[in-house]
Write a protein that binds this ligand. Sequence first.
Ligand SMILES: [Zn+2]
Ligand SMILES: [Zn+2]
Length: 185
Amino acid sequence: MIFTHDTEHALAVVVDLINTSAAASGAEELDGLPGLRAFIGRNAFSDVPDLTEADVAQARRLRDQFHAVFRATDVPTAVRLVNEVIGGVRATPHLTDHDGYDWHVHFFAPGAPMGEHLAADCGMALAYVVAAGELDRLRTCEAPDCSRVLVDLSRNRCRRYCDSRTCGNRMHVAAYRARQREAAH
Ligand SMILES: [Zn+2]
Ligand SMILES: [Zn+2]
């Protein structure tokens, strides 16, 4: 494990959030409350208060801020972007073992609105990545027609493609065909 379990979980949430955007996946998935509820449901958020359209707008704003961190090409830029997110959020760090998970740290206040939850926990996860000198693990998929993001948690930093069903497989097939063409010559 490269980061702590909490951080890796929060990073998976960040990746999923960014990949709901048209900029990353070609289609806007957070186009209303059903989209936000689906995102929250598949990421098993705890303690979610009632959601409103304001939460959708807030999630989309944060999504843009997180995406900018993935696209930052140098550390000072990433630092400024992460600080913009976590500098303005109310955080109440506490240990919790909700829903059968082992002890882990939540930064968001219990019952906090969705935006605070995302800004505090996902913002802190990105802060840890930058502080650990691991910014280059935040990547954009290298498949030619894919702009999804990923976090490379492999030991040898070799992950280049996103999790989407198509990218990894497709690139394996392309590499295989290229080798076959070489062999045929
Ligand atoms: Zn938790
Ligand atoms: Zn991809």
